[in-house]
Design a protein around this ligand. Structure first.
Ligand code: BTN
Length: 308
């Protein structure tokens, strides 16, 4: 109902009477009034006068009813430990494909390789529950898909060149703007679910001395609407998801890659692999030509880009 009220208020620039709203939305004026009060508590500025209600401003919060069509699938938390934990619990209980856990702030956000993911106000932090019918061996393609969706959204909305660093970072001018973490639940050959966690530095400002990370705000020189970004990203994910097992996905990743053709050093399962990144294979593994000229298949690891 809150979403429908917002939509009705946004359709007009002048006042809308409580009576007109209750008529349009098929509910009582008391119910309209209660929901308006709820919206005000959420941070919406709504002017009320004898002529009715007028929406003056909306907070840039990722509240479920700001995403018409997705609302029923969103679990929203102003603050949480990690969206990964909440999503895992939901998925274990049978939550369907497309369930989304969003938090404004995470107190125990985590990154790959057990690292911490700082999650202050102003970023976008969410985990998406997916249940693709693919073999667990192909699960890393989900990271590729998520990276592509983020990079394409950045380019389409702001014209910034976003690139992908294997296995799943999104970079702007060589600095990380987004990290992706996938956790799966699988049996030998059956994938029950894959939860994809996406963390984007949006309106956060990073210290000047920070050489390896950036935010959209720092790259653009202004704050942006996180709601608009997340809506556009959801559309992009829905566009790429059906292409998960198609060659087009790998092609797009190659096109956006900042890793391919570079000299890289990868710490992989306690072993260091140094060489030139040649390609990715169908499972998302990186193919590296090492110093001896052998082609090594690197499944997981931490990748460092060496000189240009
Ligand atoms: C990485 O680059 O190491 C991955 C970072 C992933 C961060 C996101 S934020 C939403 C989700 N919840 C978490 O605790 N982590 C992921």
């Amino acid at each position: 109902m809150k979403g429908q009220i917002l939509e009705a208020l946004r359709e007009r620039t002048h006042y809308v009477s409580g009576e007109a709203l209750s008529h349009q939305l098929g509910t009582s004026r008391v119910s309209i009034w209660k929901h308006i009060r709820g919206l005000k508590e959420d941070g919406y500025v709504i002017e009320a006068s004898a002529k009715g209600y007028r929406l003056v401003s909306s907070p840039d919060l990722l509240l479920p009813y700001e995403f018409p069509g997705l609302e029923q699938r969103i679990h929203y938390f102003p603050e949480i430990g990690s969206t990964m934990d909440a999503a895992r619990e939901l998925a274990k209980k049978g939550a369907g494909e497309g369930t989304i856990v969003i938090a404004e702030v995470q107190t125990r956000g985590r990154g790959r390789l057990s690292r911490e993911w700082l999650s202050p106000e102003g970023g976008i932090y969410f985990t998406l529950v997916l249940r693709p019918r693919i073999s667990p061996a192909y699960a890393p393609r989900i990271n590729l898909m998520a990276g592509i969706a983020v990079a394409v959204t950045i380019k389409e909305l702001y014209g910034l060149k976003a690139e992908l660093k294997w296995p799943n970072d999104v970079l702007i001018e060589g600095k990380k703007v987004c990290g992706i973490l996938a956790e799966m639940d699988a049996e030998t050959d059956v994938l029950n679910f894959v939860n994809v966690g996406i963390g984007i530095n949006v309106n956060t400002s990073l210290p000047r001395f920070e050489k390896t990370a950036t935010s959209l705000k720092d790259a653009l020189g202004r704050e942006i609407s996180r709601k608009k970004f997340l809506s556009a990203l959801a559309v992009e994910i829905e566009r790429w998801l059906p292409l998960l097992m198609k060659a087009d996905l790998l092609e797009e990743w190659r096109r956006l890659s900042a890793t391919l053709n570079r000299d890289v050093r990868i710490m992989s399962l306690g072993e260091e692999v140094t060489g030139q990144a040649m390609d990715i294979d169908a499972t998302g593994a990186l193919l590296v030509k090492d110093k001896a000229g052998s082609l090594r298949t690197v499944l997981v690891g931490d990748c460092i880009h060496l000189r240009e």
